[in-house]
Ligand binder design. Sequence first.
Ligand SMILES: NC(=O)c1ccc[n+]([C@@H]2O[C@H](COP(=O)([O-])OP(=O)(O)OC[C@H]3O[C@@H](n4cnc5c(N)ncnc54)[C@H](OP(=O)(O)O)[C@@H]3O)[C@@H](O)[C@H]2O)c1
Length: 307
Amino acid sequence: MQEKTVLVSGATGFIGSHFCRAALARGMRVIALSRDKTKAQALLPDTHVISRLDELGPDEPVHYLVNLAGEPLVAGRWNEKRKQAFFDSRVGMTNRLLAHFQQAAVPPKVMVSGSAVGYYGPHQDRLLDEAAKYHDGFSHRLCAAWEQSARQFEQLGTRVCCVRTGIVLGRGQGALARMLTPFKLGLGGQLGSGKQWMPWIHIDDEVAVIFHCLKRSDLHGSVNSVAPNPVTNRQFTRALGQALHRPTIVPMPAPVARLLFGEMADELLLTGQRVYPRKLLESGYHFRFPELGLALSEILGNGEGES
Ligand SMILES: NC(=O)c1ccc[n+]([C@@H]2O[C@H](COP(=O)([O-])OP(=O)(O)OC[C@H]3O[C@@H](n4cnc5c(N)ncnc54)[C@H](OP(=O)(O)O)[C@@H]3O)[C@@H](O)[C@H]2O)c1
């Protein structure tokens, strides 16, 4: 993939910034699309930063498009205004990218667009591959609308992969970083019944999966981006406690979670889905971190997950 240009929306985010650095290391030219040029340029000094798509010329070649922008889901309680922002920032951004490339001389060859395991909605213990049925709910509708808008690029001849991503684990950012303080204080514990599944993926695998999707011409449509060994919330809690050498005896009962987090509790915390990366495994993707223990010890090994 030498000297190819990749345009990245959400480049300053957790996944986007890791992807941009890895793309630069592979010799790619990276164009970062960000609402805040100054912040993006400071974070990613070797990228070409733009804040509007019309800063790209119609003839500027963009070989790959990686579309990750989205208002964070866990930054606070959900209300109608925030829920609209979740849609606008994902579906609206994707539609703006589409409108731009409809006018471009050459559309991107491949697009990898974000999605999430929330596509499947809440499930019990059934193993869910990409063909599994969904249960309706807000998370499903958000992911489905995002995927649908991304797949409009297929009309331009672009191959599209929508990565249905699990909880991304990495150092200093994302869900794990938010969990560390209570766990380090010995205040960690299972959420609700603890039986809900938590599909997860190490950040290095998430980035490698995006490259795998860009490279493998046989992959298209939805691609589950999760490690092949999902765990329940109870197993996750125990593994994190062990990795930090802390007790995990302070559970958060479901009613307390609902009181604290509102609707988000039932959509993201108290329910889950046992997702399986069938397409990745069948296309020969080799996970660097297939087991949670391995991922946690790599992330927490030095400095216990601080950035
Ligand atoms: N991390 C996970 O565990 C996980 C799991 C499943 C799915 N996902 C999805 O994958 C995508 C990337 O995840 P991430 O963890 O890298 O997210 P992140 O760290 O929150 O970054 C998202 C990026 O989106 C842009 N953004 C935020 N609010 C926006 C808005 N209102 N309008 C337009 N752009 C906005 C921001 O870029 P600028 O400020 O530079 O514009 C930000 O850097 C997200 O859409 C997320 O929902 C993440």
